[in-house]
Design a binder for this molecule. Structure first.
Ligand code: NAI
Ligand code: MG
Length: 364
């Protein structure tokens, strides 16, 4: 039985995670859910944005589905909690990535409906280094950010990218060499840091003769993603370039409401999450698109070794969108619950009741 930890979080996270959980339970009846808390509301109530019992649930599960959490504005960050103690708030997803060394951020982009562009790519973004290492300082009127790139960090992210390229090629079942990794960097300017990143990626590439290797400067990559995304299969890149390019790629396939992601590392823990945040402007109205969370759930099912359930879930989501049943962000009028019910109906029709197992729910 597969055990999945659910962390809805705040705002629309509380709408899209239950929706995706319903879809998972329909696609894979032999599943057990652990419900866990994190986020701003949890912080205000308990004094912790990521309680110990949530970390235990994440560790106990085969994988975690995370919704979104809300970050307080600066003024709110120093609030007193129920115990009267002022505490500083830290983003739970960043804390989870750090706690479990989830160094690889997987961001696929593929259209849900037939599209004029041939586009089916995966951005593998390094999640722990680069300009986001937190080494920033002011020296008088000069502000300095240090860019940290290591051999260890670069080699391990490159390995993930080449493994993913192989896995995608196997799923496509194409004859001959159809896996490709494009190393995206700016080594012409950032000669030392991106020079090291590039060198490491090219070294790792030698171990994957079955995977085609290409490289591209990040500015050119942005242009080609818009002009002809069919040039790309897997892109491997550093933290900040990956952050920016993956939002660009999400924009090409329907926007934030449908963009999925996964955070994986060397250990057993893996956390899958829609790319969007808590969307306070639409939270509580039943207007949130559950598809980003559902495709993240499909990635999770692939990760835990349930590719058939993953493929069924993806097909059900595609059929629902193709049928024109969409939330307002995709131009439709359907609610979160109507989209979810449609996806589950299609899943039920396609999933033969081979198992009498019922999903079980537990709260942690
Ligand atoms: P956001 O992603 O929450 O919203 C941006 C826009 O996209 C809004 O117009 C929103 O209505 C729309 N949108 C987002 N998700 C949608 C969905 N499922 N269906 C339909 N439309 C959707 O980003 P924003 O507004 O910058 O941030 C809001 C809060 O979320 C902030 O507190 C931010 O810190 C937090 N956040 C959390 C993330 C996480 O937990 N991983 C990631 C990004 C933001
Ligand atoms: Mg981002």
């Amino acid at each position: 039985m597969t055990t999945i930890c659910l962390i809805p979080g705040d705002g629309v996270g509380r709408e899209v995670v239950p929706a995706a959980a319903q879809a998972i339970a329909t696609a894979l009846p032999a599943v057990r859910f652990l419900n866990a808390r994190a986020g701003w509301d949890c912080f205000v109530r308990t004094g912790s944005a990521l309680p110990e019992e949530t970390l235990r649930a994440v560790k106990a599960a085969d994988a975690t589905l995370f919704g979104a959490t809300q970050s307080p504005t600066t003024g709110e960050a120093g609030v007193r909690t129920h115990s009267g103690q002022p505490v500083t708030y830290r983003s739970p997803i960043l804390a989870l990535r750090k706690e479990f060394d989830l160094y690889a951020n997987l961001r696929p982009a593929a259209p849900l409906v037939a599209s004029a562009r041939a586009l089916d790519l995966l951005i593998v973004r390094e999640n722990t280094e680069d300009l986001y290492s937190g080494r920033e300082r002011r020296e008088g009127d000069t502000a300095i950010a240090e860019r940290v790139i290591t051999r260890r960090g670069s080699e391990r992210i490159a390995r993930v990218a080449f493994e993913q390229a192989r896995r995608r090629a196997a799923q496509r079942d194409c004859s001959g060499r159809c896996a490709k990794v494009t190393i995206v960097h700016k080594a012409n300017v950032l000669k030392v840091t991106d020079g090291l990143f590039r060198e490491c990626c090219l070294n790792i590439a030698k171990g994957y003769p079955d995977v085609e290797v290409d490289e591209m400067l990040v500015d050119a990559a942005a242009m080609w993603l818009v002009r002809d995304p069919s040039r790309f299969d897997v892109i491997v890149t550093t933290n900040m370039f990956g952050d920016i390019l993956s939002d660009l790629a999400a924009g090409l396939v329907g926007g934030l409401g449908v963009a999925p992601s996964g955070n994986v590392g060397a250990g057993r823990v893996a956390v899958f999450e829609p790319v969007h945040g808590s969307a306070p402007d639409i939270a509580g109205r039943g207007a949130a698109n559950p598809i980003g969370a559902m495709i993240s759930a499909a990635m999770l099912l692939d990760h835990v070794g349930e590719p058939a359930a993953a493929a069924n879930l993806r097909r059900a989501v595609q059929a629902t969108v193709r049928g024109g049943l969409t939330t307002p962000d995709l131009g439709g009028m359907a609610t979160t619950q109507q989209v979810t019910a449609a996806v589950c109906d299609i899943l039920r029709a396609s999933t033969r009741a081979t198992s009498a197992a019922q999903p079980s729910w537990a709260t942690m």
